[in-house]
Design a protein around this ligand. Sequence first.
Ligand code: CO
Length: 198
Amino acid sequence: MLDHLIANNRQWAERKVAVDPGFFKRLVDQQAPEYFWIGCSDSRVPANEIVGLDPGEMFVHRNVANLAPPQDANYLSVLQFAVDVLKVKHILVVGHYGCGGVAAAVDGVRRGLVDHWLHPIREVHQDHLHELEAIPAERARLDRLCELNVMRQVRNVASDVFVTDAWARGQSLRVHGWVYSIANGLVTDLGVTVSGPP
Ligand code: CO
């Protein structure tokens, strides 16, 4: 059933070695990525591919609606490893327009566990209610909520103790907020980069 995926994999590995015979050998001993991507699980937002990075170049954490919740052990474990062990230079929080998770957070439909997961987005929505209600078109309103969600998650990451401790040690680390457009494949920097303690 999955034969085509295995075949794709063989071809991909062969292409990599054809261009660079030492490619996989180098990756065996260590990973030293400079970037840590926190993005949405959405299949249309493949982290490495969008920014043209190879295996070994970007550490990746993805979940529904690219959240960085300060009580989530999964996210925190990945963040700590990225900051303390890999010592990445840049953390990219990347949302995307048309995010189903962001839309589901505020459409009033009950889905179960995911409603709890998406709770932080309802808080962002509530905090920016006046701005959002002033946007007449629903799609534009949700896209703005996608941006506001990224900005909030950047704040979460930048205020996390793993990150603030790294800054206190003099470690170079920047937290960026981006949003990706599924419609044209382009990322936009939201201009909310944090490069040190407030
Ligand atoms: Co999404």
